[in-house]
Write a protein that binds this ligand. Structure first.
Ligand code: NAD
Length: 490
């Protein structure tokens, strides 16, 4: 791919002002493509095309059409899975085996929401002999979908599939550090017969292309996934037009390992949960809390595993961790590690450029110990292959440490004591908790975060709560009393 353009009203287009930016391969630093650098003028055109398609095509009114098209999108993604995987690996540095999993998941999202399209039911509230009340769900209109650079295809499918299934049209603004798989997605959506203008893409930087989409008066809903601070900016600028927002934001999720847990399985899950997807995973278990009686032995085993993770060329099926997305991001992660060292923490394993990998944004997976709860590396989302570990004494301390950050996206608990498992899961301040489990998600379940990790839930029918407008219809089926104003006995 040499060029990545906007998709507006079914046509691939350069920016009005012809500006572009370059996207690079994070494993080599080589330029991959010239990407259209969108601005307000391009956003205006895309929103107008989306509005037209929403009101003039059958899309909003025909769930069967939507189901059939979305099924074909899923088939297209699977048919072209190798292309998607190749582009995603080159553009993001995701190890190839993990990119394959993400592409399959993207297809699964479209299959799942294709089925949901025909199940967009309302509710009834009968009031016998007097009224029948029922609700209808309707698409809202043009949705602005803004996505981050980690697992871009999968996260785009996570928004696009339910948004379209509900009958909306949309403008997708992919992240500037990983813009390429969106182009293939646009092709797959067009090939599937989705009416032109229902799905549009405006490429570009957050402030130049994302901000005008958020501020646009005729885009009533914004689904955003990204950093908490960006989410705050978006909420502020959407306030003028009272935008409906869904916010899927950052995380610093705890993994709590009690001494009675199955420690072999817990160890596997801890390592995979933070270092998979290059550590660039919103639900990463990036804070490990281990019961003090087993802490030294567990950390010793963990350190051996982390040191043995294979880091390198993401196109090699043997690679477990690839490069970080961008050299700026690598610098940011390195700065967290430096500050942690300066504050007295120990980088027990990794944290440096792996020997033999002279170019590319590579970092050896890091395990950080001797940390204090208030340190930045414990409190803030690093979004890289960095795990902080600390011991706890007793359930109360574990809970206070686990909840002691501003985020509340996910939590992981490892214990074989049944009552404690549930008690702890309920007490965690998190949108999602996994007990004795790695991050396996059923597409029907709600996804989202508590505290500074987000607003709202998406997934399954919860996505429709966001992507539809509900109208309540109250119908008289008898003769209820109607007060008579203006009627006076003479
Ligand atoms: P980011 O906030 O920098 O950017 C996300 C998107 O917002 C990009 O497309 C960007 O161009 C756009 N953007 C930036 N400024 C904008 C503005 N003023 N107006 C409109 N759009 C703007 O996030 P990122 O660095 O791309 O992604 C990493 C973050 O995403 C991490 O914090 C991670 O936890 C989070 N994330 C959360 C989830 C979740 O479901 N909770 C999932 C994946 C990633």
């Amino acid at each position: 791919m040499r060029k990545a353009q906007h998709l507006i009203g079914g046509r691939w287009a350069d920016s009005r002002d012809k500006r572009t930016f370059e996207t690079v391969n994070p494993a080599t630093g080589a330029a991959l493509a010239e990407v259209a650098r969108g601005s307000a003028a391009d956003v205006d055109l895309a929103v107008a095309a989306a509005e037209r398609a929403f009101s003039e095509s059958r899309w909003a009114k025909d769930p069967e059409l939507r189901a059939a098209c979305l099924r074909r999108v899923a088939e297209g993604l699977l048919r072209r899975q190798a292309d998607f995987v190749q582009i995603e690996v080159l553009d993001t540095g995701l190890p190839i085996t993990q990119a394959q999993g993400q592409a399959a998941r993207a297809a699964a999202n479209f299959t799942f929401f294709a089925e949901m399209a025909t199940q967009m039911t309302g509710e009834t509230y009968p009031q016998p002999g007097r009224f029948l009340n029922y609700t209808v769900r309707k698409p809202v209109g043009v949705a602005g979908l803004i996505t981050p650079w980690n697992t871009p295809l999968m996260l785009e499918s996570w928004k696009v599939a339910p948004c379209l299934a509900a009958g909306n049209s949309c403008v997708l603004k992919p992240a500037e550090w990983s813009p390429l798989s969106a182009v293939l997605l646009g092709e797959a959506i067009a090939e599937a017969g989705v009416p032109e203008g229902i799905f549009n893409i405006v490429q570009g930087l957050g402030e130049e292309a994302g901000a005008p989409l958020v501020a646009h008066p005729r885009v009533p809903l914004i689904s955003f996934t990204g950093e908490t601070t960006t989410g705050q900016t978006i909420i502020r600028s959407g306030a003028e037009h009272l935008k409906r927002v869904s916010m899927e934001l950052g995380g610093k999720s705890p993994v709590v390992v009690f001494a009675d847990a199955d420690l072999n399985r817990a160890l596997d899950a801890v390592v995979f949960g933070v270092y998979s997807l290059n550590g660039e995973r919103c639900t990463a278990g990036s804070r490990l809390l281990v019961e003090d009686s087993i802490y030294p032995a567990f950390i010793e085993r963990l350190a051996r595993r982390v040191a043995a993770i294979s880091v390198g060329d993401p196109t090699d099926p043997g690679t477990e961790v690839g490069p970080l997305i961008h050299k700026e991001h690598l610098k940011r992660v390195q700065a967290y590690l430096k500050q942690a060292r300066d504050e007295g923490a120990t980088v027990l394993v990794g944290g440096e450029r792996p020997p033999g990998l002279k170019s590319g944004n590579f970092l050896a997976p890091a395990l950080v110990t001797d940390v204090q709860p208030e340190m930045r590396i414990v409190q803030e989302e690093v979004f890289g292959p960095v795990l902080v570990a600390m011991p706890f004494h007793g359930e109360a301390e574990a809970l206070s440490l686990a909840n002691g950050v501003r985020y509340g996206l996910a939590g992981y608990v490892w214990t074989n004591e049944l009552t404690r498992a549930h008690r702890f899961a309920h007490a965690l301040e998190a949108g999602m908790v996994w007990v004795n489990s790695q991050n396996v998600r059923d597409l029907r379940t709600p996804f989202g975060g508590a505290k500074d990790s987000g607003i709202g839930r998406e997934g399954g029918r919860y996505s429709f709560d966001f992507y539809t407008e509900t109208t309540t219809v109250q119908v008289a089926i008898g003769s209820h009393a109607i007060p008579k104003f203006g009627v006076h006995p003479d």
